[in-house]
Ligand binder design. Structure first.
Ligand code: 5AD
Length: 370
């Protein structure tokens, strides 16, 4: 047995190993060691283990999701995000029902099984508006519906589930409470608790997704290890992991405070390599999860980021079907890939590389099978 296999294997018998149902067990210490590993040969073993686990547990299908960014209004002040409420020279938009339905029909036409409706935390998208859109999509198409609309009220989440929404995405971004608070100012009279919302979504029967950014200023290596441990404990269906990309019009890009300036030995870099490590380790801890190779990853490596993510644990790609004139306004970080490209052209290019990897596009909704 070589060094790396031992590295992974030893953990099976260790105390405090992290696991969700039937996962490869990894201790927090093992995760931390991998996050600090720089030897390319050892890392090749991690990629291989992640890819083998992906293949055994979720197969060779790459599930495509049609992403529609339905509004860029947001009342929150998340200090890293270009949509934050104080970003005043951003033109705001909100799609109407017909526009969203047109995207849903386009998604069906191009063979997608899922539509993901994403927005800032926009209460102009009312409970009734979203319920009606969900009902219409469900009655007119066979699509699975994923919502990603922020920290909405319990009664809204209940209503949308009743209307037929299948899944909900809400990244917890970091499991460190101090860092979380430093970068996510709460709304007045409402303490932000994304873990509580995630548990509530699970109780409602949503397939539930979460995720993090890698290399957010103030993120320590042990915090990132804790994030990956948390993925296992939450037993999530979907986990999105992308590198933090600084946006010049955000508070985080402009200031450094106590939480966001760490010693360079402690600060997780927002690098491509670190993102692959987080994706690969997450696949080992949550083998059944649907894990996208994210747009942020494809943004920092336009040539091969998407493919390398798929080769190192990921099994999902979200392609942007937002009308192009809105898409460029959904600038959560700068130079986002797929701003102008046609999703269809991109899909065809992706198909070639997916087939070159011996894999294929999934058919149908592509939910988690447990
Ligand atoms: N860099 C990378 N990812 C970001 N997100 C928001 N802002 C940024 C940024 N500057 C991610 C968050 C959010 C998701 C929709 O986009 O993780 O949950």
């Amino acid at each position: 047995m070589n060094e790396t296999n031992r590295h992974l294997d030893n953990s099976v018998n260790s105390a405090n190993a992290v696991s969700s149902a039937n996962s490869v067990l990894l201790t927090r210490a093992e995760i931390l060691r991998w996050l600090r590993e720089s030897d390319e040969k050892k890392l090749a073993e991690l990629w291989q283990q992640a890819d083998a686990t992906r293949q055994q547990r979720v197969g060779d299908a790459v599930h495509l999701r049609a992403l529609v960014e339905i509004s860029n209004h947001c009342i929150r002040k998340c200090s890293y995000c270009g949509l934050h409420v104080d970003h005043q020279n951003l033109t705001r938009y909100r799609m109407n029902t017909d526009e969203i339905l047109a995207c849903a029909h386009e998604a069906v036409e191009f063979g997608y099984g899922t539509i993901v409706m994403q927005s800032g935390e926009d209460y102009g998208l009312t409970k009734t508006f979203i319920s009606d859109v969900v009902r219409r999509i469900k009655s007119e198409t066979p699509l699975a519906i994923t919502l990603s609309l922020g920290e909405r009220m319990n009664n809204e989440l209940i209503e949308w589930r009743k209307a037929g929404a299948d899944r909900y995405l809400l990244r917890f971004e970091t499991s460190n409470p101090q860092l979380y608070e430093a970068i996510h100012p709460s709304l007045p009279n409402r303490q932000s608790d994304r873990f509580a919302i995630l548990r509530f979504l699970q109780q409602l029967g949503y397939e539930t997704g979460s995720g993090i950014m890698v290399g957010i200023p103030g993120q320590r290596f042990d915090t990132l290890a804790d994030d990956i441990v948390a993925f296992g404990e939450l037993d999530l269906d979907m986990i999105g992991i992308g590198p933090y990309i600084s946006h010049p019009d955000t508070p985080l890009a402009k200031k450094n405070d106590i939480y966001t300036s760490l010693d360079s030995q402690e600060q997780v870099p927002n690098s491509e390599l670190m993102t692959y490590k987080a994706v690969a380790l997450t696949r080992l801890v949550c083998p059944h999860a649907n894990i996208p190779s994210t747009t942020a990853l494809a943004t920092i490596n336009r040539e091969t980021g998407r493919e390398l993510g798929l080769a190192r644990g990921a099994n999902v790609v979200m392609l942007n079907l937002t009308p192009v004139h809105y898409r460029q306004l959904y600038e959560i970080y700068p130079a986002k890939t797929c701003i102008t490209e046609s999703a269809e052209v991109y899909r065809q290019q992706l198909l070639k590389s997916v087939e070159a990897m011996g894999r294929h596009f999934g058919v149908g909704p592509g939910g988690t099978k447990r």
